[in-house]
Every structure is written in C-alpha cells, then in structure tokens.
Write a protein of this length. Structure first.
Length: 286
C-alpha cells in the first residue's frame, strides 16, 4: 500500500514538474517576446523599402590579415526581396502563394595582402517584420589557396552546412540553437533598436562567419547597451556589444531614420567608416 501511494505521489510530482518546465517551442516564444521588446517591428515596414531600389553603403575598412592591418573598401547593400518557400530564395514568380518578404543585406569586399587578395561575400536574410530574426545566411571566401562556403538556415535549430578547403574541416554540418543572433546580422538588425529607450539586454551572439575557415562558431553570452554619442559634431546612437571581458564590438548609427551605420569597431581589429551612401537599382544596366 505504501509503495502504491509513493508511486502515485512520484507520478503526480513528475507530471507537475513536466508541466511547469517550458518546452523548446515555449522557450523560443519567450525569447522572441523578450528580444522583440527592444526592437521596432515596424522599422523595415517603412515605404522607403518599397521603392524598388537598394541602399548601397560604401565604407573605408580595415581588417587584420596575416598579422597586419589591411585597408580596403567594404560595400553593404540593403534591399527588400520576396522569397518563395519552395526554393527558399528570391522569387521570379510573384503569383505564387508561398511568398514572404525578407530584407537582404549583402556584404562584400576585396582585401589585398602581400601575395594575393581575399574576397568575401556574405548574404544575410532577415524577416522583414522581425528585424532581429535571421532567416538565412550564406557566406563565401575566395583566395589563391582555395574557397570556403557556409550556409545557415533555420529549422528546429539553425543548420550550418559548410565546405572548406582546410584539412580537418572538408565538408560537414553543425547544429546551432535558434536563440542566436549572428554577428554578421548586427550592422542591420541593430538599426531597428528602440534607441530612444536606450535598450540594455542580454542575448547569445555567434561570432562572425565572414572567414575562410569553417570551425564550429563560438557563442558569446553578450550584453547589449545603448547610449547617445557624438561623431564629428553629429549626434549618433552608440551600441556596445559586450561579448566577453576585453571583447567589445561598437556600432554607431545615425539618429534619423533609416539609422544608417556610420562607424563600426570590433575587438579583433575590423573597422568600418561610412564613405558614401546612395539608393539605386544596382542590378540594372549591366
């Protein structure tokens, strides 16, 4: 009799514990709502992005390659696109019933080194109505020793597929949690912060994927803070992303919409300084 009562008590305790522990979908919803509070969900819904043009921002940039600072030009292209679910790419048929809008951010550069140049192209796709919510990311590097390609797509987890020319890497897949922001999306996603509230929050951030290697991404339990700052006499918003002690990435954004990224400095020596910006259909006339 005592064993039956004990079994019944344990069963009830187990069921209560199971009911009180949120499952993965609940945790994802909670995370979504927590982050959502710090972002303006209407940011990319502005009619500016429906004009059929792309924002093309060109930066003077620096990055350490082979132990030396290299100066180069870095281009960031931001444009609205419609994806179809079947192929998970920009659609050519706008009569489909599986379309959804994304913001595409292409980041490209050519970095000279002593013997040969490095080329990087990273494409970031973020859900239009959720500026923090990465849908897809692809990135590739090309240099004289070989090329590396990485693709990140969202499922129950983020799935990172890679093809690397480095021994010990080759081809493979990593599974990453969906509660990540990726460092490569921050120049776009942070533009949509509710700056006037000077948001401070914690979030997990995966390191930049704009590299020529394909190791499992390092994840940081980061703290994001926002303050007012001045550059050359002009008011800006400065967002500090504290990845770890002595590892801080900084992003300066214009106070006026569309909150252009003016300057960026990262702990590992990557810098961007806005050189020029314009809107045009770069794909026409070629």
């Amino acid at each position: 009799m005592h064993s039956i009562k004990l079994y019944g008590f344990c069963f009830i305790f187990f069921m209560l514990a199971a009911c009180s522990t949120p499952d993965a979908s609940e945790q994802e919803t909670n995370r979504h709502e927590t982050i959502k509070a710090h972002f303006n969900t209407d940011w990319a819904m502005n009619k500016l992005w429906d004009d059929g043009l792309a924002e093309v921002a060109v930066y003077d940039a620096e990055r350490v390659v082979y132990g030396n600072k290299r100066e180069f030009e870095f281009t960031m292209i931001t444009v609205k696109e419609d994806f179809n679910s079947e192929y998970n790419v920009k659609t050519e048929n706008y009569n489909r019933d599986d379309l959804f809008p994304v913001m595409k951010i292409n980041q490209l550069c050519r970095i000279p080194t002593d013997n040969y140049p490095y080329h990087y192209l990273t494409s970031v796709f973020v859900h239009r109505q959720y500026p923090w919510d990465l849908h897809k990311l692809t990135t590739s590097s090309q240099e004289w020793c070989g090329n590396t390609f990485k693709s990140i797509t969202r499922g129950r987890n983020f799935i990172l597929n890679y093809s690397s020319y480095f021994d010990g890497q080759g081809e493979g897949t990593w599974q990453l949690p969906t509660d990540l922001l990726f460092e490569d999306q921050l120049p776009y996603s942070l533009r949509a912060l509710r700056f006037e509230n000077k948001p401070t929050f914690n979030v997990t951030i995966a390191e930049t994927q704009q590299t020529n290697k394909a190791a499992q991404p390092k994840e940081y339990d980061a703290t994001v803070t926002t303050i007012a700052a001045t550059i050359a006499g002009k008011a800006t918003w400065l967002v500090n992303v504290h990845l770890a002690p002595n590892k801080v990435n900084q992003y300066w954004f214009a106070t006026a919409y569309p909150n252009t990224l003016i300057r960026q400095k990262t702990w590992d020596g990557r810098t961007l300084e806005l050189k020029k910006i314009s809107r045009y259909a770069y794909w026409q006339g070629n």
